[in-house]
Every structure is written in C-alpha cells, then in structure tokens.
Design a protein around this ligand. Structure first.
Ligand code: AMP
Length: 306
C-alpha cells in the first residue's frame, strides 16, 4: 500500500557540540520519505523555492518515491536552523523562515486523491486540513506537529485531531498540547479528541504507543556516536507508517512491529547529518538492527514462578 505524504521540504542549518552543517536537505516530508520508501512506495507533496537542490532527492525516485507533487516556485525554500545542547537531547530553534511555504496552497494531484494511507508531516495545521479535504476516503491518517504550531495554531490543530487516527508527537509536545504534565493523562486527553492511537516519542529513550486498553514501549537503540538528532522523529514516523502500510492493517502485532521499525529508522538517521545515512541504507541493515532490538528486549519468564 502506498502512502501520501505532505510536509516541509526544507534546507536546514544544524549545529551540534561537535560539528556543523549549513543548508543541508531536511524537512519533515524529506526525512519521512527517506525512511518510509525502504518499506512502501510514497508520494510526496510539498513546495520548494528556486534555491533547492532537487537533484539531492534523486535517490528517493530510485527507491520508488513519486515526487510529482513537489512544486518548485520562485522564492526561498523553507529554512530551519537549530542548535543542539551538550546532551544532544534538547535543542533550540535559532530560526524558522517559511519562505515559499508561507503561501503554499497544496493541490493533491488527481491520481493521488484515492490514497488510503496519509501522513501529514509537521507543517501548518491549516495546510494539513487542506490536504485532507482533497483525499477522498483515507483509511489511516497519521499526523505530526510541533510546539511552533501548538502555540500558533491551536484551534486548527484541535479540529484536525478529529480527522486523524494516529498522532505522533514528542513528550514535550504531548504535554503542551494537552496542558497536562502526566503522559498517560495527556495521551488520554488527545485520544478523547479523535486519534485512536497516540505515539509519544522520547528521543534517545524510545517511544510509547497508547491505544484503547493497551500500550507498547520501544526503546531507543543504544548508539555510541549520535551525530545529528535532526529528523529522527520524522524518520521514526517513516519507518512506522512504511511498515504499517506494508502490513495493510492496524492489528496490534502490526502496530508493535511498526513501532520497532520506527525506532530502527530513527536510530540510523542520527548517525550522520541530514538524510545522509538513509541514502544507501539497505533492508539487510534494517533487519539486522531489528534482530538486535529483539535480542535486547525479549526475555523468558515463567510468570507463575515470579
Ligand atoms: P525532527 O528533528 O524530527 O523534529 O524534524 C526536524 C525537521 O523538521 C527539520 O528538517 C526541519 O526542517 C523541520 N522543521 C522544523 N521546524 C518546522 C516547522 N515549524 N514546520 C515544519 N517543519 C519544520
């Protein structure tokens, strides 16, 4: 099953305590598609300015992504600059320039309107609504957002929740959205507003899936060298949705496996700047890390003896 993905297609300047990258390719849709195409075909929708090095997205085409929904317009591409703190878990946004995204009016190509799997990457919630308005009968809509939009577009975001099945946010965003410090309560607050499933990402500590009457935890893969955490959340979403679309259902086992593939893809992403680590990542490497996850988390027990 293929996935329609809309999100930012950005240029990022990133600074970590150890290194720096200027105007490298990034954005929620770019990271998502780089990860998801290793599992399922993706159709990407977004806008870039005339400063965007589109040739750097060629590897996605080779992996079966349809980039016909990326419009190029005169003007500046979406630009984001961030600086990571010493622990690499927290960052400050130094600058966000919407550029051509400021008056982006997403038009979903006719052929993509029948999409059943939709990922609304982190962009203005008004645009996320516009995209959904054009998709005929989506079956699985997953959505991401961030503090920038929770602060600036709260009512649009609240009404969007009614239209999505899966919300992916980080712990800070979940707390901010629900105005509730406890994550169990915050995820319940969100689930009561629409999404059946809430996934709370916790950076290097992994992620938790909250569903009706059950939860599932996946750790972050322990890495000795984290290079650049940018995009880990979007790559998590890409691995998660890619695996889910490949399964073709929302059964508990499919959701659990998708969570582990999400964490696998997030862990590869942070090993290099930009999408560099995902460009020639192989299915063998992914499956190898999946097996390591299994070895690290599975254990035998005889419950009656505990
Ligand atoms: P993540 O590290 O998963 O939160 O994703 C980082 C990516 O999100 C970067 O590549 C940025 O270009 C993009 N980004 C940052 N701020 C925004 C925003 N306000 N709207 C859309 N995309 C953004």
């Amino acid at each position: 099953m293929s996935i329609l993905c809309v999100g930012s297609v950005a240029l990022d300047s990133v600074e970590t305590p150890f290194a720096k990258a200027e105007r490298v390719i990034g954005g929620s849709a770019t990271y998502f598609t780089s990860a998801a195409t290793l599992f399922s075909p993706v159709q990407m929708v977004g806008v870039v300015g005339d400063d965007y090095p589109l040739e750097k997205l060629a590897f996605l085409k080779e992996r079966g992504a349809d980039l016909s929904g990326i419009e190029q317009r005169p003007g500046e591409s979406f630009f984001w600059a961030g600086k990571y703190h010493f622990d690499l878990n927290t960052r400050d946004t130094l600058e966000t320039r919407l550029g051509v995204f400021a008056d982006f009016d997403p038009v979903i190509p006719e052929a993509l309107r029948a999409s059943k799997y939709v990922f609304l990457g982190n962009i203005d919630p008004t645009l996320q609504h516009d995209v959904l308005d054009q998709v005929e009968s989506p079956e699985v809509v997953a959505c991401d957002t961030m503090n920038y939009w929770i602060e600036g577009k709260r009512s649009e975001l609240n009404s969007l929740l009614e239209r999505v099945q899966i919300l992916l946010v980080n712990d800070e965003e979940a707390r901010q959205l629900a105005d509730e410090p406890n994550l169990l309560k915050a995820s319940r607050w969100i689930r009561e507003r629409g999404p059946e499933i809430v996934i709370v990402k916790k950076g290097e500590h992994g992620a938790i899936l909250f569903a009706d009457g059950w939860q599932f935890f996946v750790p972050g893969f322990p890495l000795e060298a984290v290079f650049d955490p940018t995009g880990a959340g979007d790559a998590f979403a890409g691995g998660f949705m890619g695996s889910l679309a490949q399964a073709g259902d929302l059964d508990r086992a499919s959701l659990q496996r998708a969570m582990v593939f999400g964490s696998v893809m997030g862990s590869f992403t942070v090993e290099r700047f930009s999408v560099d680590r995902l460009v020639d990542l192989t299915r063998e490497e992914i499956d190898g890390r999946l097996r390591q996850f299994h070895a690290m988390t599975a254990f035998e027990t005889q419950l009656e003896a505990v």
